[in-house]
Design a protein around this ligand. Structure first.
Ligand code: GDP
Ligand code: MG
Length: 374
């Protein structure tokens, strides 16, 4: 039997690259039913077994704001893949984990492919992936999809997954929301509202996030219960607005980031600064703000602009006069427009810069001859 694996993650994290590295030519492209979002499927087979791999659309979140988000989460809910491989850009951990947390809140089996390890290294970022794995309680495999690194380890991890039921991640969204969530969860469970598809708490979170797709489904399923949930949402919304000047959606997003940061704070990310790998802007700063060079560059700048001012204004008035004289000498027409606006104004505009450039080069050659610039 083949193992269904969904590749998910933020746009540009490397999903398609990993998908191609895994499936090679054994892939086909179609569309998700009823929408124009592309669906890529492929297979991988070796002694570990057969993997049926799908490249989900890239998303930052799992709310119903975009077609991609709806497609991705509907796929997960309907097809229940054996594993969601969340491809995370290692050089941008915090933002990428935001989506990961939402897979975990849904109760999905997740393995993180910590991709772009080469980019992270180049930027001086080191990640303790073992610790991250322990704190999130899911496997984390470092990869460089572009080179195919980590492919084997990833497949081994997926093959070794346990089939036991996964509990959705429960994080606190602050006292007000937590209280509302408990009440909603109770209501949802007691009447098995949408529970065939979604965990009760997840449905409640979606109501609080004002998720139109879920609310529509809910009102079709049981109008009465839908109204009960809406009433709880309205109450906590009003309360949050009055006390904290916020709304449930914002609060939930903040608390997700809070959860992520509480993990990252525990020494997951180390930044080291390698002197040889200074960023370009640092290098420029090093020159222009240098104690000795800085004043000289400033002097060159002043010299160029103050001394070239007079010749520039001579040129300007000469060309102004020329264009005025030509304008009155010629009759209206295309030829006049060509000569006045095209040739005289055009050439004048360029020649106006000549004194500036002359003075700059003069200044630079002075510096060169004095031995400051070698
Ligand atoms: N340096 C580096 N680049 C990568 C890696 N994985 C993917 N890329 C590049 O990142 C870009 C986005 O990758 P893609 O697979 O299209 O991302 P998707 O939007 O998630 O499908 C492409 O230019 C890839 O070549 C990696 O591990 N290291
Ligand atoms: Mg892609």
């Amino acid at each position: 039997m083949s193992i269904a694996v969904a590749l998910a993650g933020n746009p540009n994290s490397g999903k398609t690259t990993l998908f191609n590295a895994l499936t090679g030519a054994r892939q086909h492209v179609g569309n998700y039913p009823g929408v124009t979002v592309e669906k890529k499927e492929g297979t991988y087979r070796d002694d570990l077994g057969e993997f049926n791999i799908i490249d989900l659309p890239g998303t930052y979140s799992l709310t119903a704001y975009s077609m991609e988000e709806v497609v991705a989460r509907d796929y997960l809910v309907n097809e229940k893949p054996a594993m969601v491989v969340d491809i995370i850009d290692a050089s941008n951990l915090e933002r990428n984990l935001y989506l990961c947390v939402q897979f975990l809140e849904m109760g999905m089996p997740v393995t993180i492919a910590l991709n772009m390890m080469d980019v992270a290294k180049k930027r001086g970022i080191e990640i303790d992936h073992k610790k991250l794995s322990k704190l999130l309680n899911i496997p984390v495999v470092p990869t460089i999809a572009r080179k195919g690194h980590g492919k084997k380890e990833l497949l081994q991890t997926i093959a070794a997954r346990s089939e036991s039921k996964i509990e959705p991640l429960k994080i606190s969204y602050g006292q007000d929301i937590d209280t509302a969530l408990d009440e909603m969860e109770e209501t949802i469970k007691s009447s098995s509202f949408l529970t065939k598809r979604y965990h009760a708490r997840w449905t409640a979170i979606k109501y609080l996030e004002n998720d139109n797709q879920i609310k529509e489904l809910g009102s079709k399923e049981d109008k009465n219960l839908d109204l009960q949930l809406e009433a709880i949402v309205a109450k906590v919304t009003k309360h949050l607005a009055a006390t904290l000047d916020t709304h449930p959606e914002g609060m939930i997003a903040d608390q997700r980031y809070g959860f992520i940061n509480s993990i990252l704070k525990q020494g997951i990310v180390k930044r080291y600064h390698d002197e040889n790998r200074l960023q370009i802007s640092d290098r420029i700063d090093k020159v222009v703000t240098n104690r000795f060079l800085g004043p000289i560059i400033m002097g060159l700048y002043k010299f160029t602009f103050s001394y070239s001012e007079m010749p520039i204004s001579w040129f300007e008035s000469f060309f102004g006069w020329l264009s005025g004289a030509t304008d009155s000498a010629l009759t209206e027409g295309l030829l006049k427009s060509l000569i006045v606006s095209g040739i005289i104004d055009g050439v004048g505009g360029v020649i106006g810069f000549v004194p500036l450039i002359m003075f700059m080069f003069f200044g630079i050659s002075l510096l060169e001859d004095s031995g400051y610039l070698a």
